[in-house]
Design a protein around this ligand. Structure first.
Ligand SMILES: NC(=O)c1ccc[n+]([C@@H]2O[C@H](COP(=O)([O-])OP(=O)(O)OC[C@H]3O[C@@H](n4cnc5c(N)ncnc54)[C@H](OP(=O)(O)O)[C@@H]3O)[C@@H](O)[C@H]2O)c1
Length: 226
């Protein structure tokens, strides 16, 4: 029987490519998002709980990837200056980029096998790195992704106690041509297709071991500074 993978945010640019690439590799894929049945809305924990119960009834996933995320939309654009800081924008970014994925970990990490390898990977972003922040700006996105990274690390510590071979990581997909990056595409920036990014991310995931759990890696498999 094919091993089960779950992709949350499967309607997104990178998420759709990940689901497609996993299917092509022979995985049985449960593709979840706000438009799926069951639906997953990160702003509503009940939907996350119900989706996890749906997955648990199908079996034990060997891989769970969270490809959700928010950079702009619903009237908000990334801040260029502290003058642009807006509480509602920040709250939304934290809700989607940090709190939502934390709730995904709450409900999906317990589904990973207790023995043997199982992977939970969430898509973070290099701009969430505090050590790598030289340009400033994008306050809400940066800070919410930094919070996500800390949540991943914290959950990985707990996961290691219950499932010693399991892996929980944050991944930076690189710059990918999707709706999220579209307003910021500029000449000179290395922008890759979602298919290329998905193939790279899956290769990185393939190479991860329990020793990497709690880490933050880019699409080439290199560790990213916190
Ligand atoms: N593209 C890049 O260059 C880039 C660079 C660095 C990091 N990343 C990260 O990679 C991940 C994927 O980004 P992408 O480029 O594929 O973006 P995208 O095409 O905009 O996809 C975003 C996904 O997040 C989902 N989402 C947003 N709010 C949600 C909510 N409340 N509940 C459930 N799902 C929600 C969207 O669902 P709907 O379809 O329902 O809106 C969509 O599936 C994000 O975490 C992003 O921060 C991307």
């Amino acid at each position: 029987m094919a091993e089960m993978a779950v992709v949350i945010g499967a309607s997104g640019g990178v998420g759709a490519a990940l689901a497609e690439a996993l299917r092509a590799k022979g995985w049985s894929v449960v593709a979840l998002g706000r438009g799926s049945v069951p639906a997953v809305d990160l702003l509503d924990e009940h939907t996350i709980e119900a989706a996890a119960a749906h997955v648990a009834a199908l079996g034990m996933p060997g891989l769970v990837i969270d490809a959700t995320g928010f950079l702009h939309g619903t009237g908000f654009m990334p801040e260029r200056s502290w003058r642009d800081l807006d509480g509602a924008h920040m709250a939304h970014a934290f809700a989607v980029n940090a709190i939502g994925p934390a709730l995904l970990m709450k409900h999906f990490l317990p589904l990973l096998p207790r023995r043997g390898r199982g992977v939970f990977a969430t898509l973070s972003a290099r701009v969430g790195s505090i050590g790598d922040n030289r340009l400033g700006g994008w306050y809400a996105y940066r800070a919410s992704k930094a919070a996500l990274n800390q949540l991943v690390r914290t959950a990985a510590v707990e996961l290691q106690r219950r499932a010693p071979e399991a892996v929980c990581v944050a991944l930076h997909p690189g710059t990918v041509a999707t709706a999220l990056s579209a307003p910021f595409a500029r000449a000179g920036l290395e922008v890759r297709t979602p298919a290329v990014a998905a193939a790279e991310l899956l290769a990185v995931i393939d190479g991860l071991t329990a020793r990497d759990s709690g880490g933050f890696f880019d699409h080439r498999g290199a560790a990213v500074a916190w």
